[in-house]
Each structure stands twice: as C-alpha cells, then as structure tokens.
Design a protein around this ligand. Structure first.
Ligand code: THU
Length: 162
C-alpha cells in the first residue's frame, strides 16, 4: 500500500484592485459578461471571460432553461465558444465572477465539477495550464495556476482519444 498526498497552491488577493493588471482586466471582462446572463430561475448571474494564447478574449454567461438541466454554466458557454472559434489556439486563462439578485456574492465563485472536467480537457489537449482568476461581486480573489489543481485525477482515458 502507498499513501499519496496531493497538495496545491493558490494566491489570495484581498481585492481585485490588487491583482496583476492582466488578471484584473480579464476579471473585469468576466464582470461585464454578467450582463448577458439568463438566470430567471436561480437569480444568480455568472460571467466568464476566456483568454486565448493569441490574446483574444471570449466571454460567456450562464444560460438557464425552464427544463433546468438544459441550462449551461458561464464557464462552459465561454470556453466552448472560444475553442469553437479558435480550435487550434490554447486557452491561457479564465476569469469568473457572479452577482445575485437576492444576496451579495462576497466569496470567489469556484467552477462546478462539470466545468472543471470540461475545462481540464483543454489543458490536456494543448498541454498548457489554464490560469484561473476567481472573483465574486466583492471581496477576495483567488488565482490558481491550472485547472488540474482543482480536479486531481480528472477523468482521462487515452483509449477514447484515438
Ligand atoms: N453556475 C455557473 O454558471 N457556473 C458555476 O461554476 C456554478 C453555477 C450557474 C448555473 C446556474 O445557472 C446558476 O449558476 C445557479 O447554479
């Protein structure tokens, strides 16, 4: 038997104003993306901004549906739009932010499990870590170097990638 320990590092900034300029700009784009959110059921509006290695920024927002599971998170809307339009360009970074109609989002928004799995695939595809900038409406901002750190042992089956 072997005991394995996984650990990961991330940075906590007290406010988005303290972020390095490129991270702050991407988080501002994620905040702008919230305007496109369609969230009549949860009233929780999420914006995501994806930066590609060529500098292009593609935004997305959560899109809900009366048939609840048919909706999609902001991160996957943004990343799928980016990789559809630029299939050969690595994804460099993703910023996420949210506001609620009902309460203040004062904690950074962590991507859900399905978004982690969807996004980590593009790290594998391009062998390139994706920087994550996670903010709320107010408060601290978390920065991770790589989605893999948030999803150790992500589903991966080489046999399916033939
Ligand atoms: N949502 C996102 O867009 N991203 C996440 O990472 C978590 C949740 C959306 C889905 C749904 O429209 C609303 O937030 C409430 O769960």
């Amino acid at each position: 038997m072997k005991q394995i320990t996984h650990s990961f590092e991330y940075q906590i900034y007290d406010s988005f104003l303290e972020l390095p300029a490129t991270d702050r700009e991407l988080l501002e784009k994620a905040k702008e993306a919230i305007a496109g959110s369609y969230a009549p059921y949860s009233h929780y509006h999420v914006g995501a901004a994806v930066k590609l290695a060529n500098g292009h920024v593609v935004i997305g927002s959560n899109q809900e549906n009366m048939s609840f599971p048919a909706g999609l998170c902001a991160e996957r809307v943004a990343v799928f739009a980016a990789t559809s339009n630029f299939p050969d360009i690595p994804v460099a970074a993703i910023a996420i932010s949210a506001v609620s109609d009902d309460f203040e989002v004062s904690e950074p928004v962590p991507p859900c499990g399905m978004c982690r799995q969807a996004i980590v695939e593009y790290e594998m595809k391009f062998n390139n870590k994706i920087r994550l900038i996670l903010g709320g409406q107010t408060g601290k901002v978390y920065v991770f170097q790589g989605m893999g750190t948030l999803l150790p042992l992500a589903f991966h089956e080489k046999g399916l990638a033939k």
